[in-house]
Design a protein around this ligand. Structure first.
Ligand SMILES: NC(=O)c1ccc[n+]([C@@H]2O[C@H](COP(=O)([O-])OP(=O)(O)OC[C@H]3O[C@@H](n4cnc5c(N)ncnc54)[C@H](O)[C@@H]3O)[C@@H](O)[C@H]2O)c1
Length: 387
């Protein structure tokens, strides 16, 4: 594939354009707003210059990359592209109409890929006359730095479209995993309890954000604790993903959003970017101190959050959202979890996980703490993952 079209020159679109141009493609980047195109142009120049200053890129390569990106002011300019990556506003009608319009512009063979993080890829594809050319390619923010891309075939996608999209993105040095077209795909589904169970422990007054973050970092080995990470992502963004996944699962209590986080959003305490979230920030630096976490509390935090995460990964496998290997890859290589969650389940003991969940279920009597049928089955048969 030679020419790549990108629509939407925001955070994701300009990142995808940078990756494609860095891999030698000519890129046509369209945004309906002239200011957005200008912003993307300025920010790409700045990023490339910084890479040159740091010695990561030769000056002439940076110039060549920039020279391969055309900031176009009309969709019609995309007539010769082989694949289009759409990264516009997260709205089914708007994305669907765009795909339908594009069909009248690009060649019959061109692939239409959406970067949606929460809409049904099959529903977007359904707007097209030839839906078999559509697929989901979910990049993570910021696209040039994040190694993972989730490939989400629509129900209608042709085999060739799936193979060629995967091949192209892998040729850009990305790691791809294939996910079923279900809410949250792999990462945004499996990661929910990392935030949700931490928020629940906090809301119940069982532990403070500092205590939870400390246990999750020092004992579980994550790079950031859930509260630090939510502050970093921004509570507006993180809350929205949780709410979307929860609604998409018909209000399943496992994904229920938290009042504590909603309150922060309503108060404008969005995290690092607004100087205050769960923590205070001074000159961009988080104001927090080391705390002593008693063993019993540390066990509670560790067992609840890890058991819920492992259960979520097992349930994603049970519902065939992805293969066991891809679930592990997505969480370890994609979002830097210290260990694959299925392997983690093996080492903590699948029976222990079931016991923890059953005890929570007994206490709360909420569907939130139900163990996945696959987890019970594995325990019953004395099996381990990957054995
Ligand atoms: N930001 C993230 O962390 C992230 C991660 C993964 C996926 N996504 C998904 O990627 C997509 C884009 O997100 P973003 O964060 O880059 O958004 P953004 O707001 O930064 O950029 C969107 C751009 O699309 C343009 N646009 C809107 N409607 C358009 C249309 N009809 N035609 C042409 N241009 C249009 C806007 O002018 C804007 O510049 C969304 O579907 C989002 O869910 C975002």
């Amino acid at each position: 594939m030679k020419k790549v079209g990108v629509i939407g020159a925001g955070t994701m679109g300009s990142g995808i354009a940078q990756i494609a141009a860095s891999s030698g493609h000519e890129v046509l980047l369209f945004d309906m707003h002239v200011e957005a195109r200008k912003r993307a142009r300025d920010s790409l120049l700045k990023i490339l210059n910084r890479l040159v200053e740091k010695g990561r890129l030769e000056d002439r390569d940076a110039k060549a990359i920039f020279g391969r990106i055309y900031f176009v002011d009309s969709l019609d300019s995309l007539s010769e592209v082989d694949i289009v990556f759409e990264a516009i506003v997260e709205n089914l009608e708007i994305k669907g109409s765009l795909f339908k319009t594009l069909e009248g512009i690009v060649s019959k063979e061109a692939i239409l890929a959406t970067n949606t993080s929460s809409l049904s890829v099959s529903a977007i594809a359904a707007f097209c006359n030839d839906s078999s050319r559509c697929i989901g390619a979910h990049f993570f923010n910021p696209p040039p730095l994040m190694k993972l891309v989730e490939i989400i075939p629509a129900k209608q996608s042709s085999k060739d479209v799936i193979i060629n999209t995967k091949k192209l993105i892998e040729s850009w040095g990305k790691l791809t995993v294939t996910a079923k077209d279900t809410p949250g795909f792999i990462v945004n589904r499996v990661a929910r309890p990392f935030y949700g169970e931490a928020l629940r422990l906090f809301e119940e007054g069982l532990a403070s954000p500092q205590e939870i973050d400390q246990v999750i970092k020092t004992r579980a080995g994550f790079r950031m604790g859930p509260f630090e990470l939510m502050d970093y992502i921004g509570h507006d963004v993180n809350y929205k993903v949780t709410e979307t996944v929860w609604k998409a699962f018909y209000n399943d209590p496992r994904y229920k959003p938290s009042f504590a986080q909603k309150d922060l959003v309503s108060s404008g305490y969005l995290g690092r970017k607004s100087g205050r979230g769960f923590y205070l920030y001074k000159d961009g630096k988080r104001q927090s101190e080391e705390v002593d976490v008693p063993q019993e509390k540390s066990d509670l935090i560790y067992n609840r959050i890890l058991s819920m995460l492992i259960n979520e990964a097992v349930d994603a496998l049970y519902y065939d959202v992805a293969s066991a290997e891809d679930i592990e890859l997505a969480m370890t290589k994609g979002v830097n979890y210290p260990k694959g969650l299925l392997e983690w389940g093996n080492s903590m003991g699948l029976q222990t996980i079931v016991n923890t969940l059953d005890a929570l279920h007994e206490t709360y009597r909420e569907g939130r703490y139900r163990a996945s049928p696959l987890l019970r089955q594995m325990v019953k048969e004395g099996k381990q993952f990957f054995a």
